[in-house]
Design a protein around this ligand. Structure first.
Ligand code: G4F
Length: 323
């Protein structure tokens, strides 16, 4: 039985990845911050409620900012695969909490890599890299695009990305970065724009909310379904040689377009409800992110299965049901 360790298992991606690995017959160890346990119980309910999954799932309280505990955990678990998904993942928050973002998102990755090095683990390591490392680089962005991050979050992810490559070169650690473009689902946090929109649309249709305040409506993102992206994470660790891959859909849409599609799905006109709020804008914005997934298609045989309209509908339907 293969053994995997997932940091950030209580997040959107962590919960989908844990399900995928458990269904493939892995024993999965998940690292979760004690303070997050209650909050993320609902995301892990699909594991707790299924005996075949639950029996092979072990939750550990810990923190990627605590390197000693990571060393202990690696020595004890001896994983075959380590997925580092833990981070402070909100771009706007990173402008308010730059040090915290660096400590978790950049140094956190370093702690995991150091733990692998010092325990002489021969595990394979996956680093959750982000399209935010490209920032203002011309789109479509691929594995060779320049790193031009525009936020403390983007800078922290760029550091983690470069450290992963550095540990691969310097110490021969089997380490890769998956450069993930935006990926969403009904499990997305409500402070990210897609889920903020789908939740508001459901509430407005039910008469429970009057308006939706948004920041930059022109920004364009390449939005895919998180359930597809965790498959790519796993595939990256099953290849013959450790290499980085860009993962996205190859299409980008504006925030305005996402909102229009979501409102239209429930026969509403977004212009009647969406209000622009400059306070929700960021000190610096990334205007267009669009993935060039040629390498992933060829090297992994990966491609997205959910398009933008299906994604919007899935999220609005889920929020309607939650109401
Ligand atoms: O949903 P967002 O907050 O996601 P963002 O900043 O693109 O980052 C996400 O994707 C990255 C991958 O590219 C991840 F690495 C990162 O961890 C995170 O998952 O914002 C998307 C866009 C931005 O341009 C933002 O300015 O939506 C715009 N926006 C407009 N109004 C808003 C809002 N974003 C949020 N969160 N809330 C608003 O009210």
């Amino acid at each position: 039985m293969k053994v995997a360790l997932i940091t950030g298992v209580g997040g959107q991606d962590g919960s989908y990845l844990a399900e995928l690995l458990l269904d493939k017959g892995y024993q999965v160890h998940g690292l979760i911050r004690h303070s997050s346990a209650e909050k993320y119980k609902s995301r892990l309910a699909t594991i707790a409620g299924v005996p075949e999954r639950k029996d092979n799932f072990v939750l550990h309280y810990g923190d990627i900012t605590d390197s000693a505990s990571l060393v202990r955990m690696l020595a004890e678990i001896q994983p075959d695969e380590v997925y580092n998904l833990a981070a402070q993942t909100h771009v706007k928050v990173s402008f308010d909490l730059p040090e915290h973002t660096m400590n978790t998102t950049a140094l956190g990755a370093l702690h995991v890599l150091e733990a692998i090095r010092t325990t002489k683990s021969d595990c394979r390591f996956y680093q959750a890299s982000s399209s935010e490392i490209f920032g203002t680089a011309a789109s479509p962005q691929n594995e060779s695009s320049p790193l031009e991050p525009q936020s403390p979050y983007g800078c922290a992810k760029a550091v983690a990305h470069l450290l992963t490559a550095s540990y691969r070169e310097a110490y021969g650690i089997w380490a890769v970065s998956g450069i993930m473009f935006n990926h969403e689902s009904p499990r997305r946090g409500t402070d990210f724009v897609t889920r903020k929109i789908s939740k508001a649309v459901a509430k407005i249709a039910a008469g429970e909310q009057d308006e939706l305040h948004l920041g930059n409506l022109k920004a364009e993102r390449d939005w895919g379904f998180a359930g597809d992206y965790v498959v790519a994470m796993w595939q990256m660790l099953q290849t013959d040689t450790p290499e980085d891959y860009v993962i996205g859909t190859g299409e980008s849409h504006s925030v305005r377009e996402f909102a229009r599609l979501a409102f239209e799905y429930l026969d509403l006109n977004y212009e009647d409800y969406v209000r622009h709020d400059p306070d929700l804008e960021r000190p610096a914005e990334v205007i267009n992110l669009r993935a060039d997934i040629t390498k992933a298609e060829k090297g992994l045989g990966w491609k997205p299965t959910v398009g933008i309209e299906e994604l919007v509908q899935m999220m609005v339907d889920a929020d309607k049901q939650k109401l």
